[in-house]
Design a protein around this ligand. Structure first.
Ligand SMILES: [Zn+2]
Ligand SMILES: [Zn+2]
Length: 82
């Protein structure tokens, strides 16, 4: 089951479970669409894997299977290319 982490690892933007902006890799490193597309160019900076849109969990399932509240943030943020 996906953790559905609550924020972008780069810029700490909130990414609620219902957000269409969340992007994840296969390890669930989690980023916002802005960082994933413009800064990271679709590649996870932690593992080198591809970043894809995170599926949204239906509201009715979130009560029983809640999203993670553990914020994960890269220590130095994400460097822009160049
Ligand atoms: Zn971000
Ligand atoms: Zn990753």
């Amino acid at each position: 089951m996906l953790e559905l982490r609550p924020n972008c690892e780069c810029c700490d933007k909130d990414l609620p479970a219902a957000s269409a902006e969340a992007r994840i890799c296969s390890f669930e490193c989690t980023f916002c669409a802005d960082c994933a597309e413009t800064v990271l160019q679709g590649i996870c900076p932690n593992c080198g894997g591809e970043l894809v849109a995170r599926p949204r969990r239906p509201d009715g399932k979130l009560a029983k299977f809640p999203a993670s509240v553990q914020r994960v943030r890269k220590a130095q943020g994400c460097a822009s290319p160049g």
